[in-house]
Write a protein that binds this ligand. Structure first.
Ligand SMILES: C[S@@+](CC[C@H](N)C(=O)[O-])C[C@H]1O[C@@H](n2cnc3c(N)ncnc32)[C@H](O)[C@@H]1O
Length: 450
């Protein structure tokens, strides 16, 4: 089950609000989005901070008498699940930080919940059982075993919100603009923590984003001033580059470099502010190796890298396709395209890689390409959509690697691929966002007749 994105109360503003009402409910399965499904007098509640099988007191956080469903938070646990743990983070819990979804679940239990979400999305939207999708039914842990109670410090980018009254940096509360001050985000990478953002006064700022490269010593802080407030003098615990976002979303250098350097797949990558780079330090190498293993690129083949960001998969593929192979990357962000062209200048110079700046759905039908051997696509959360999938299938690739950050979008697109004659032959899921409900998948597809 997937909770609708809209607020439950948006449909009937005049109906009496149920916010603050408390109901004792038996908690059912986890839904896409990380909340658990419960029912009260026939109405569905999506309950945060609960676990399947528990009996909890759920306090309504959004919804009215007229709402089809309610959002709620488990404020009291009457019968805990054996998977429940004391949240290691003091800022996790009802009404507090909106960042982590599952601080209250043991690490193995978090992965079990992700398995349940992926299984349900595949069944509901793609009409596939795990085995039919080539999936072994696991979400693979990443980063080795940690001592019990220790939280992996994986987040190399953290966007802090600033409390307008106090100037304190914190994280937004769930579905709210209110700021939960934090003095030590447990999942922030050591490089982010070193910047000391949480202990500074950020009066006049709306947000402060801390970026810590995992492949170099580069550190960056990106500031968004509130209104036309002047920038504060930024004194941090170590030298960093500082960028500012203006009222129109434009980025301006305050001092230092306008990018950080990352290392992955045997290359150094320039990633400018606002450009996409995986947040977990192990993600780029892990995903590249899953994609290459699944596609098994051969010398001289042609490939497409769609939604190519700063060129990660295009570069890795070109290295494997050799001098007679060719990769076309398509990416809509101008800055990421500039980075990709910089990062892959050697391969572009040799005619082995081309990067085009456009929306995939607009450019793909106009490239003049009528067939390709391989495709990797790594779309944003919304997925690729029916038209792009249909067009890709029309190019008759021998294999397609689909990298997905949203299981529902993946399952929807797998259904479109099935209509277009492609089926998944393997599917892997990786726990690249521990303590949250998110995870990453790599599906390898082949033509049904192949
Ligand atoms: C999940 S990221 C993947 C980036 C890259 N594959 C990587 O792993 O670093 C998705 C990328 O798609 C780009 N994007 C979003 N919508 C797009 C569209 N309609 N057409 C082309 N690129 C798009 C974003 O700018 C972003 O760089």
């Amino acid at each position: 089950m997937t909770p609708p994105r809209s607020t439950p109360s948006a449909t009937a503003p005049e109906a009496p609000s149920l916010v603050g009402q408390r109901y004792e409910v038996a908690v059912g399965p986890v839904a896409h989005g990380g909340h658990c499904v419960a029912r009260h007098e026939g109405r569905v509640l999506f309950v945060r901070h609960a676990l399947p099988g528990e009996l909890v007191v759920a306090e309504v956080t959004d919804g009215t008498e007229a709402s089809r469903f309610l959002r709620a938070d488990a404020v009291e646990v009457l019968r805990p699940s054996k998977d429940r743990v004391e949240p290691p983070c003091p800022f996790s819990g009802p009404g507090k930080c909106g960042g982590c979804d599952w601080q209250h679940a043991a690490p193995g239990a978090q992965r079990k919940l992700k398995v349940q979400v992926l299984t349900e999305q595949l069944r509901q939207l793609a009409k596939l059982d795990p085995a039919e999708a080539g999936w072994d039914g696991s979400v693979e842990p990443v980063g080795g075993k940690l001592p019990a109670g220790t939280v992996p410090r994986w987040r190399t980018r953290v966007q802090y919100a600033v409390d307008p009254d106090t100037g304190e940096a914190g994280l937004r509360r769930h579905r709210s603009h209110a700021v939960q001050p934090v003095d030590g985000c447990l999942i922030a990478a050591p490089g982010v923590a070193e910047l000391g953002v949480e202990s500074r006064d950020w009066d006049g700022m709306a947000t402060v984003e801390a970026v810590a490269s995992s492949g170099s010593s580069d550190r960056q802080v990106i500031l968004t001033p509130r209104g036309d407030r002047r920038l504060p003098i930024v004194e941090l615990d170590r030298p960093v580059s500082v960028m500012r976002i203006d009222g129109h979303g434009g980025l301006h250098k305050v001092h230092g470099r306008s990018f950080v350097r990352e290392r992955a797949a045997g290359r150094t990558w320039r990633v400018s502010d606002g450009g996409f780079w995986q947040i977990h330090p192990e993600a780029p190498d892990l995903l590249v190796s899953a994609v290459l293993e699944g596609l098994d690129p051969q010398e001289g083949e042609n490939a497409l890298d769609l939604y190519c960001g700063v060129g990660l998969f295009a570069g890795a593929l070109a290295d494997r396709l050799g001098e007679t192979g060719a990769v076309l990357g398509i990416e809509s962000s101008k800055q990421s395209v500039a980075d990709a062209r910089h990062n892959l200048a050697d391969l572009i110079g040799d005619g082995r890689v081309r990067i085009e700046c456009d929306k995939v759905e607009r450019l793909l039908p106009r490239t003049g390409i009528t067939e390709t051997d391989l495709v990797v696509l790594d779309p944003p959360r919304a997925g690729a959509g029916r038209e792009t999938v249909r067009h890709l299938a029309g190019l008759s690739p021998r294999r397609i690697a689909y990298v997905a950050c949203d299981p529902a979008a993946l399952a929807r697109d797998l259904a479109f691929f099935a209509d277009a004659g492609y089926r998944p032959v393997s599917l892997r899921a990786f726990d690249l966002f521990p303590m949250t409900q998110h995870f990453e998948c790599v599906a390898i597809l082949e033509p049904v007749s192949g």
